[in-house]
Design a protein around this ligand. Structure first.
Ligand SMILES: NC(=O)c1ccc[n+]([C@@H]2O[C@H](COP(=O)([O-])OP(=O)(O)OC[C@H]3O[C@@H](n4cnc5c(N)ncnc54)[C@H](O)[C@@H]3O)[C@@H](O)[C@H]2O)c1
Length: 255
């Protein structure tokens, strides 16, 4: 294969969860620009992303699904397969952050359950139903979006941190289990990104300055800065890479 062709996704199909905004929107657009046919999935209709992907000329379809509902995830895998035959690339990006940042001794079980259900159980359900089809199809690449908070602890965010640590070990476990089926399973761990998820943090100058002070590059990342890792893990460039976590964090974890 020509070096220039390493990252092309021509002829590939990809599904992105949480594609309506933020990182998922950026990833979906990048995959489309690199030649993939897209399934845009989100609990809300991904209208803006669909418009942008349409402009690239890529083939696309949208599926509204809640990743915490197994029937919906199963139906999403079925409709993606009936449209495209198979899904080669699965990006499990849908997720939520800690909702209240309350002291853990006061954290409600409801909030704990919600975060674990979306971030960890939802990712498991998606891996399960798309993985099953990838096994039959002869392979694929799964990319789970984790975070630095899944590698190092975060005060007042134990559910977020634990859910994403779970995503990392889910990633590694599946990489071991499914290597024989030619399914690669990897994760990307960003630190803070400029997306709607961090809008509130960035709205307060004091909070933002405090967070940025802890980052060697002294800034939040842009969603577009995650695309290199996504294209690497999606494409022929990473055929010997599985069970790994690519950290993209402005140097945060190097400290
Ligand atoms: N923004 C950051 O600072 C940051 C840092 C590290 C990791 N991440 C991770 O990146 C991913 C994307 O985050 P973002 O910043 O783009 O967030 P975002 O809030 O902008 O977008 C998340 C998307 O997920 C969708 N979603 C939420 N619950 C869902 C469900 N149950 N089923 C289907 N879709 C659902 C939302 O509708 C939304 O479109 C998340 O997994 C997040 O944990 C974000």
């Amino acid at each position: 294969m020509e070096v220039g062709e390493l990252f092309t996704l021509k002829g590939k199909t990809a599904l992105v969860t949480g594609a309506a905004q933020g990182l998922g929107r950026e990833i979906a657009l990048a995959l489309a620009k690199n030649g993939a046919a897209l399934v845009l999935s989100d609990i809300q209709y991904p209208e803006v992303t669909a418009g942008e992907v349409q402009e690239t000329g890529a083939r696309w379809m949208a599926v509204q699904a809640d990743i915490t509902d197994e029937d919906q995830v199963k139906a999403m895998a079925e409709s993606a397969a009936s449209e495209y035959g198979k899904i080669d690339i699965l990006i499990n990006n849908a997720g939520v952050s800690q909702l209240s940042y309350t002291a853990t001794e006061d954290l409600s079980k409801t909030e704990w359950d919600t975060i674990i259900r979306i971030n960890l159980t939802g990712t498991f359900l998606s891996c399960k139903h798309f993985g099953k089809r990838m096994i039959t199809a002869g392979g694929g690449s799964i990319i789970n979006i984790a975070t630095t908070a899944g590698i190092t602890g975060v005060p007042r965010a134990p559910a977020y941190s634990a859910s994403k640590a779970g995503v990392i070990l889910l990633t590694k476990s599946l990489a071991l289990e499914w290597a024989r089926y030619h399914i690669r399973v990897n994760a990307i761990a960003p630190h803070y990104l400029e997306t709607p998820l961090t809008e509130e943090l960035r709205a307060s100058e004091k909070v933002y300055a405090g967070l940025v002070r802890q980052i060697p590059m002294r800034r939040f990342g842009k969603p577009s800065e995650m695309i290199g890792a996504v294209l690497f893990l999606s494409s022929q460039a990473s055929t010997y890479t599985t069970g790994t976590v690519i950290v993209a964090d402005g140097g945060y974890l190097a400290q």
